[in-house]
Each structure stands twice: as C-alpha cells, then as structure tokens.
Design a protein around this ligand. Structure first.
Ligand code: DP6
Length: 346
C-alpha cells in the first residue's frame, strides 16, 4: 500500500531578526526573534509526501530535481519517526502494525514558489512544509510541537508553523525543549498590513545565513548587545502591533534590519548582503516617509539583497506607483503584493 498527502506552508518575515546560534546541532538561537507570516498564495512551499513500507529508502525531490537528504532534514525525519512511535505506543497500537509501520519510507516532493536560497526565506517555508507534510501524513500534528521539529531543519522555519505575529524564544534548556515558536497575536489583529517583496537578485547568495551568523558569533562584538536589544525590540513590536501603531512598528523593523546588516559588516571577514539597489530602496523609503510627514512604509532585508516592504493597505496604490516608476523599470523585478494569511490558528 501507498499513501499520499499534500500541504502548503508560508514564508515568514522576521521583524526582529534571528542571527547566531547557542547550539548549532539543535539549532538553538542566541536571541529571541519575532516575525509576521505571509499568505502562501504566491510565496511559500508545497509538499507532497508519499509513504509505503515497500519503498527502500527515504528520498527527496526538490523543485523537480532528485536531491540528497541533508543531515538537518534527516534529523527532522528521525525526530518525526520517534514522535510517531511514541504516539503508537501511547494509543497501544498492536505490535504487528507497529512493526510494519516502522518500515515506512518517505518520498518527499517539495516545490518552492520562489527562487531557492536567494534570501527569500525559502528554507523557512520549505522546512516548515516538509515537517507539516510528514506530521500530517502520520497523524501526529496535534501530539507534537511542529515548531520544535521544523526548527531542526532551519531555525527560521519554526516561525512558519503559525500565522500572525510569531515569537521564537531562544529558551535556556540545553535540549532545546523551550526553544519554540508561538503565536503572539493572530493575523486578524491587523489585516490591513501588507507586504511587497522586491526581488533584487534571484541568484544564490555567496555567504549562506548559517555561515554568516557563525562568523558574526565568532567575531562581532556587536553581538553582545543582541539578547537584550532583541527582547526590548520585541516588546515594542508586540505593543505597536496590538495597538496598530504603524510608525512605532516601522521604526523597530527598520532599525533591526539595519542592526543585522551592521553586524554583518562588523564581522570578520565582513559580509555584505545588500547591493546598490538595496541601498537605493532604503533611501527611497526614508525619502518617501519624510515627504509624507510620517513613517508610513518600512523595509527589512534578510541575508540577501531582496527587499521586503511593509505598509498599510491605504498606501498601496501610491507605493506601487512610485516603485513602478523608480525601480521596476530599472533593476528591480517582480513586485508582488502579499497579505497575512486568511487562516487564524491558535
Ligand atoms: C536573516 O533560518 O536560514 O533570515 O537556522 O542556519 O538555517 P539556519 O538559518 P536561517 O536564518 C535566517 C536568518 C534571517 C533572520 C530571520 O529569519 O530571523
């Protein structure tokens, strides 16, 4: 017999960034972070899992190409198998069924809706999606914390398990059991928030975030400020989000993005993820806010040159028009508008 299930998972955009690990095997972060989850219509990942006892081994097809299962993904799969066995014991499944189920192997087929590894959070939605697909296939979505499992695949993936404003706590435990992502407020708190993703360069980035953060941890003294700074900023983000105060929210988002990139520049050898176009977009947003007399637009950049623009719906047409005339004609491609998901978990 063979079974199959298909699910989708969204991208999340960090407003206060995760950068640096306290444990790189279990992927435990050095600081707390907070993000907003996007709808999965145009960005995100779709995964189909087939499983059967007749398959010889686990296999992965990523964006149409057979791909070796990384050690991180194999950690995720093994943890999910363990959770499945635990549930089977708990519900007193008979020994024979348990034996045949332990022979299940997975065929994972996963497709990103955007360029992989271009700083567009594809690892986040990708690992979240595979976790979600495997847990759904095995019927354990309610008996595990999927954020803990997705985290083993890629840190930022744990935040894509929930919608709305999501916080990932660094935690203190050595086994990572308290390093989970939780929803702080649902998407419905502020449905007018919108996002434009500007793909500045869809190429694979030179220094991956895993390596970049390792370098920062080892060499940048600015990192020492992060744990407390992030806690303070997250508090501000939560307060601004709940009260729907855009200028207050925007200021923290902008500052934290710039802190991340200052840390990257301060690392040794230095890392620069931003291009001239990214810099021009930063100037554009500040000039626009100044002209409007209020902070109506925010930007944030992850470990790549692509720009996430955040604003309220009422500014959408003005912003789109300006972007179209200043950037899209030149070197920025593919402006897509995104909202928060319509679903509201928790
Ligand atoms: C800049 O989650 O890709 O996007 O845990 O090593 O897989 P690993 O790193 P990853 O790092 C994301 C860093 C960031 C900030 C963020 O998403 O919080």
């Amino acid at each position: 017999a063979e079974w199959e299930c298909t699910v989708e998972a969204p991208v999340n955009i960090a407003l206060v960034k995760y950068w640096g690990k306290r444990d790189s095997e279990l992927i435990l972060p050095y600081n707390d972070s907070v993000s907003l989850t996007l709808d999965e219509e145009k960005l995100g990942t779709r995964t189909t899992v087939r499983y059967s006892a007749s398959y010889e081994e686990d296999s992965l097809v990523l964006n149409g190409k057979p791909t070796v299962i990384s050690s991180r993904l194999s950690n995720v799969i093994e943890e999910i198998r363990r959770a499945f066995r635990k549930q089977a014991v708990r519900i007193k499944m008979n020994a024979q069924d348990l034996m045949s189920m332990s022979r299940y192997r997975f065929r994972i087929e996963t497709n990103n809706k955007m360029p992989t590894a271009a700083g567009l959070a594809s690892s986040a939605s990708g690992m979240a999606c595979i976790t979600f697909a495997l847990c759904t296939a095995l019927g354990i979505t309610e008996s595990v914390d999927m954020s803990e499992l997705a985290r083993l695949g890629s840190g930022s993936a744990c935040r894509s398990i929930h919608g709305g404003l999501v916080q990932w706590e660094a935690g203190k435990e050595e086994d990572g059991s308290d390093s989970l992502a939780k929803q702080i407020y649902p998407a419905s708190t502020w449905p007018e928030l919108k996002f434009i993703v500007l793909v500045v360069d869809g190429e694979k980035k030179k220094v991956g975030s895993t390596e970049g953060m390792q370098r920062s941890m080892a060499t940048s003294e600015y990192m020492l400020l992060r744990p407390k700074q992030c806690k303070d900023r997250i508090q501000e983000v939560c307060w601004a989000f709940q009260a729907k105060l855009f200028p207050a929210l925007a200021e923290v988002i902008i500052k934290d993005s710039n802190t991340l990139h200052a840390i990257c520049r301060d690392s040794y050898p230095p890392v620069n993820y931003l291009t001239r176009t990214s810099e021009a977009l930063i100037d554009f947003v500040h000039r626009l806010n100044e002209a409007l007399g209020d902070v109506c637009v925010a930007y944030t950049f992850d470990a790549g040159p692509n720009c996430f623009v955040i604003f309220e719906e009422k500014h959408e047409s003005l912003l789109m028009w300006l972007l179209l005339h200043t950037f899209i004609e030149n070197d920025v491609i593919d402006p897509t508008i995104h909202r928060q998901p319509k679903w509201d978990d928790d």
